[in-house]
Design a protein around this ligand. Structure first.
Ligand code: 3HC
Length: 284
């Protein structure tokens, strides 16, 4: 099966990063969100990122224009009627996702694959909202999607081998390294990374080190490119908490309990980079 047109649902950090990478890899993209202002902001951001690449001499101005010409913004799912693949990167809420998958199943051509960028939710459960469970798959990118090389490819219970092959090949064409992961909360990376970030937040709450000391220790002592608290700010503290809560519920094991401080940060609206304040302050 040949993929030419892709819809990306959700114009947040992950959706816009994925849309940028896909358009740079030659695919025709429609980036869909619920409000025009959100889509416009994402496409403006992509334009700025591409301009930076031009300024650094990593891309020609002509290439930039071609990438942007391959992208269109939209606020209607009707634009999924002509795509070969949908990459869904909307909010991590199973009820909302199920509604979206039901709608996509009704709208999309029979050959269209529906891939979810979910961090930790069940692909099988999303697939059950459709009549094409063989074409539902996890395609999990990492933040920043423009830079991080990995894509986890996750089958649900009824995902076909053909769907897995198409998504694996597509990931390679997007310059990524696909790794298969079984369906299980958090798959591979988040299963290991999120408990580590949660532990860093517990350590901070216990005063084992300051935020700077914890991050410096993990950078210099464990070779992380950025410390776990700075990484939580990058990923979104709400996202980290949502994943931690899925683990706690699904594994029913107290070792996955989310740190109280993580909950407090979310309750206070300090979600990290995207709100200007998380463990660190990003307001100028
Ligand atoms: N968008 C696009 N490009 C970006 C970027 C962004 N948000 N952030 C950095 N870059 C680019 C820079 O432009 C630069 O490009 P260049 O080499 O062409 O000049 C390159 O990446 C390196 O950036 P910097 O020199 O500014 O900074 P670093 O070398 O420190 O790299 C980093 C930044 C790539 C973010 C690095 O710190 C890193 O790898 N951090 C860890 C990220 C990580 O672990 N992500 C996974 C999170 S888990 C997840 O996403 C799963 C989810 O489900 C929760």
């Amino acid at each position: 099966m040949n993929i030419a047109k892709i819809a990306v649902l959700g114009s947040g950090t992950m959706g816009s990063g994925i849309a940028q990478v896909a358009a740079q890899s030659g695919y025709e993209i429609v980036l869909i969100d619920v409000e025009k202002s959100l889509v416009d902001r994402a496409i403006t951001g992509i334009g700025k990122a591409l301009q930076k690449a031009v300024d650094k001499g990593k891309m020609t101005a002509e290439d930039k224009e071609q990438v942007l010409a391959r992208m269109k913004g939209s606020i209607t799912y009707d634009d999924c009627k002509e795509v070969d693949l949908v990459i869904e990167a909307i909010i991590e809420n199973m009820d909302i996702k199920k509604d979206v998958y039901k709608k996509l199943d009704e709208l999309c051509p029979v050959h269209t694959i529906l891939a979810s960028n979910t961090s930790s939710l069940s692909i099988t459960e999303m697939a059950a909202a459709t009549k094409r469970a063989d074409k539902i798959v996890g395609m999990h990118f990492f933040n920043p999607a423009q830079v991080m090389k990995l894509v986890e490819v996750i089958p649900g219970l009824d995902t076909s081998q053909e769907t897995l092959t198409v998504v694996t090949e597509l990931s390679k064409k997007m310059g990524k390294v696909p790794v298969n992961a079984k369906e299980s909360p958090g798959f591979i990376v988040n299963r290991i990374l999120v408990p580590m970030i949660n532990e860093a937040v517990i350590a901070l709450g216990e005063g084992i080190g300051t935020k700077e000391e914890i991050d410096t220790a993990m950078k210099l002592g464990a070779g992380m490119p950025m410390g776990p608290l700075a990484l939580a700010d990058l990923v979104g503290i709400d996202v980290v908490l949502a994943v931690a809560e899925v683990f706690h519920k699904e594994f029913a094991d107290s070792k996955y309990r989310p740190a109280l401080l993580l909950k407090q940060m979310v309750r206070a609206g300090h979600l990290g980079l995207k709100t200007g304040r998380g463990f660190y302050n990003y307001k100028k």
